[in-house]
Design a protein around this ligand. Structure first.
Ligand SMILES: N[C@@H](CCOP(=O)(O)O)C(=O)O
Length: 468
């Protein structure tokens, strides 16, 4: 499988090349040259497989010749072995038409573990085969950071620097990053928002000399490997609900658009998905786009669901590329307009295509709190603020056909104990492996919202010892 940049000006690569490049040199995102479609019979053959086996089979067409199916199977088994639920991605029924798929049974209690535990294995395998090393840079609004650190910590071929917006994650989220004692991990608290952090990461990649010297790669969903590793859980959920012999709809709380893009990719591969329902918080650029073709970035506002405090949703570029019939010139122009003006003039035809499949709902903090309470009161299910937004969006969706709605539960409620307690009076406790989180020593370096400062901090970190 070959991959091309959405902006058309970068060298095409195979999966291994994409994994190690992260972002294309032209600033675009890598996309597979074609979508590996499956027939109904081929989907049926995946029913009842253990999750690791399913993941290997669904992902392998994207991985292509980089890794054999047998080896990929082993990597998937290792990636999901540490999850604390036998099903890995269990389904919970909330009412007659609404299910939740829990994606938070990995080590850091968020859906990011689903992809990042596997990415840790993939990096290790590909770097060892090529005898190479990398520096990973990532931006986080709360969950990606700890999941990436957990997956990459203590790996001798990797150094990982994670930028988070200071004071804008939950305390549990911050401590999950900063209490990790590993010499290849570097936490930078940026005086800015998640969008500033993400912009800085893209700026680091755009500095060709820095990128080359550091051998940069990415763990955010700008890295195609992240999306590929998120497709299998949509397949697992749909098959559990009777697909391919029945359509399903997914309700996904999303900020950077990576999670719902993986659902879109599963549909593009032939999974019968009737609707993709997006849940947002007050940072509602995606729902404004769907409602009125208003793709205009406003300032990032803090909310009860900090992981979605995002206005520039990186993976929207991948959908855009598809909506404009894979035209890299149009995609590049629209992305450039967005960067220059904060507004993206998406062509009407492309917007209409998007609205035929996607719908969205944005919840204020008060509505999020009410949703956590209502879900708990009516179903007994304790949802974190992000999952509650997804569930509420799923409940509100008026679907024409009786397709079951599967809402993605993206984080464990104990990651957001204050919000959950305020809504329900119940304070969810951390699982035993994280019991010492709130008392551990924190390691982080503060930085201004300034690319040069962050570059020199990362250079110093990478040069600190000769592991690389
Ligand atoms: N919500 C994320 C933000 C980064 O998104 P990603 O999917 O591109 O890694 C977070 O919690 O960090």
């Amino acid at each position: 499988m070959r991959y091309f940049s959405t902006r058309g000006q970068a060298e095409p690569r195979d999966f291994g090349g994409v994994l190690l490049a992260g972002l294309a040199e032209d600033g675009g995102l890598f996309m597979p040259e074609s979508w590996p479609e499956r027939s109904a019979a081929e989907w049926r053959a995946l029913r009842d497989l253990p999750y690791a086996e399913l993941a290997a089979q669904v992902m392998h067409p994207f991985v292509g010749e980089t890794i054999s199916l047998d080896v990929l199977r082993g990597l998937c088994e290792r990636a999901y072995a540490g999850f604390n639920h036998p099903a890995r991605v269990p389904m919970v029924q909330l009412d007659s038409g609404l299910w939740v798929q829990e994606l938070f049974h990995g080590p850091t209690l968020a859906f990011k573990d689903m992809a990042l535990q596997l990415l840790g294995q993939l990096f290790e395998h590909v770097l060892t085969e090529r005898n190479e090393t990398v520096t990973i840079v990532g931006a986080t609004s709360g969950d990606t950071g700890s999941a990436a650190i957990e997956a990459c910590r203590d790996r001798s071929r990797i150094k990982i620097a994670i930028l988070h917006p200071e004071g804008r994650t939950s305390e549990v989220q911050r401590r999950q990053m900063t209490t990790v004692d590993a010499s290849n991990v570097f936490n930078i608290a940026v005086d800015g928002t998640f969008d500033d952090c993400q912009d800085m990461v893209k700026g680091l990649f755009a500095d060709t000399a820095f990128r080359g010297d550091m051998k940069l790669t990415a763990v955010n969903s700008i890295n195609w490997a992240r999306i590929a590793a998120q497709i299998p859980y949509y397949v697992a959920a749909a098959l559990a609900m009777g697909a391919p012999d029945r359509e399903v709809a997914f309700a996904v709380p999303t900020g950077n658009f990576g999670n719902v893009l993986a659902a879109w990719a599963a549909r593009r591969m032939g999974l019968p998905v009737s609707k993709l329902i997006i849940g947002s918080n007050r940072n509602d650029i995606l729902t404004r786009f769907l409602a009125a073709n208003d793709m205009t970035a406003k300032g990032v506002a803090p909310s009860l669901s900090p992981s979605m405090d995002i206005q520039v949703s990186s993976n929207f570029e991948r959908l855009l590329f598809e909506l404009v019939d894979r035209d890299p010139t149009v995609t590049a122009q629209l992305m450039q307009d967005f960067r220059k003006t904060g507004h993206m003039p998406v062509p009407d035809a492309a917007w209409k295509k998007a609205t035929a499949l996607f719908q969205g709902l944005a919840l204020s903090d008060a509505e999020t709190s009410a949703a956590i309470r209502q879900i708990h009161d009516t179903t007994g299910y304790l949802a974190d603020p992000h999952s509650a937004i997804g569930i509420a969006a799923g409940q509100a969706a008026k679907l024409p056909a009786p397709a079951p709605v599967i809402a993605m539960a993206t984080a464990h409620p104990a990651k957001f104990p204050d919000a959950v307690e305020a809504a329900t009076g119940i304070r969810p406790s951390l699982p035993p492996h994280l019991a010492h989180l709130m008392t551990g020593e924190e390691r982080l370096t503060r930085a201004p919202n300034d690319l040069a400062s962050v570059e020199s901090l990362i250079r110093a970190f990478v040069g600190r010892n000769d592991q690389l």
